[in-house]
Write a protein that binds this ligand. Structure first.
Ligand SMILES: NC(=O)c1ccc[n+]([C@@H]2O[C@H](COP(=O)([O-])OP(=O)(O)OC[C@H]3O[C@@H](n4cnc5c(N)ncnc54)[C@H](OP(=O)(O)O)[C@@H]3O)[C@@H](O)[C@H]2O)c1
Length: 289
């Protein structure tokens, strides 16, 4: 009954692993790093392997019953995801849950949305009972620039003014854990969204209120954003994210009422509010003196 968590050391995967441990499920986490694999909690088994090196996956997939798959942002994301599906088929796993992205079919010009489409297709055609979970932008992205918000009073994620239905990573994890239990009866696709559409201005107002000082939205200038981002990420990723943010600004990434109902069904409770998440961030991050 062991579940292999690919991406289990990452933002969503580590929450999923915590949820599986709470439910008493045996978990093995794949990591490219022997140091990370040996630093996992004692209830969790670590395994070293790299999706870019399919031969390294034989050991990690041995005696695995189910797989949770995250494919990291990578120019080789499709190749990596397809390698995971091939390994899962060879291991004859009984269930596979893949974390894709919300509304990817409508935004195929975004490179890291497009790269997931062949992976989803391979999973649908694999014969393995599956669930595809499709989250919107994570609330937890804001931890990347928590200090910019709390110390400098700027909300820098250029998400625009149309609205995106951001979601808490802990709700995604709850959905994945539930989906891992349910798959096997029927395959399904689950949009994962928060309770409201958020704009850049609305997010900045929430932080202003919680910090009791002005926090302004950094604005929609993607050239300026790219110039800052180049100090922290490679050019291919800057290019990819500029295309994504332009889409957010022009189209939004919004949930339908059906998306919200489906999401509630698999998460198993009401989605966490953005304001509650933001209160946690502001209470833990350094503030302007
Ligand atoms: N950020 C958002 O708002 C958002 C919204 C919707 C969907 N998504 C999607 O979420 C995914 C990223 O999830 P995340 O933020 O939880 O991930 P993350 O924190 O970036 O972590 C990436 C994980 O993937 C593993 N990994 C990377 N390359 C690997 C390889 N070649 N072989 C094996 N494992 C590898 C890493 O493990 P080691 O480093 O331990 O090897 C790590 O556990 C992306 O597909 C993204 O498109 C993100």
């Amino acid at each position: 009954m062991t579940i292999l968590a690919i991406g289990g050391t990452g933002t969503v995967g580590s929450e999923v692993v915590r949820g599986l441990v709470r439910r008493g499920r045996p978990v093995r986490v794949l990591s490219r790093s022997a140091a990370k694999a040996s630093a996992l909690p004692p209830e969790v088994e670590g395994a070293v392997g790299d999706l870019g090196d399919p031969a390294s996956l034989t050991g990690p997939f041995r005696d695995i019953d189910a797989v949770f798959l995250v494919t990291a942002l990578d120019p080789e994301e499709t190749r990596n995801g397809l390698a995971a599906v091939t390994a899962a088929r060879a291991a004859k796993v009984s269930r596979l849950v893949y974390m894709s992205v919300h509304n990817l079919e409508q935004a195929q010009h975004i490179p890291h949305f497009a790269s997931k489409i062949p992976i989803e297709r391979a999973i649908r055609e694999s014969g393995i009972p599956y669930a595809l979970v499709q989250p919107n932008n994570f609330y937890q992205v804001d931890y990347w620039f928590a200090e910019v918000i709390t110390r400098y009073g700027v909300y820098p994620q250029p998400i625009g003014g149309r609205g995106i239905d951001r979601v808490d990573v802990r709700d995604i994890a709850d959905a994945v854990v539930n989906a891992l239990d349910q798959v096997g009866t029927a395959s399904a696709v689950w949009p994962l969204v928060g309770p409201e559409a958020l704009t850049g201005e609305a997010v900045a107002q929430v932080y202003s209120r919680l910090l009791d000082r002005p926090v302004r939205y950094g604005g929609d200038d993607l050239d300026a954003w790219a110039t800052q981002a180049r100090a922290m990420m490679p050019e291919w990723m800057v290019h990819d994210l500029v295309i994504m943010y332009r889409h957010f600004q022009t189209e939004g990434l919004m949930a339908t009422s059906e998306d919200r109902a489906r999401c509630r069904e698999i998460v198993g409770h009401d989605p966490r509010q953005f304001e509650a998440f933001a209160a946690e961030l502001t209470s833990s991050a350094p503030r302007a003196s």
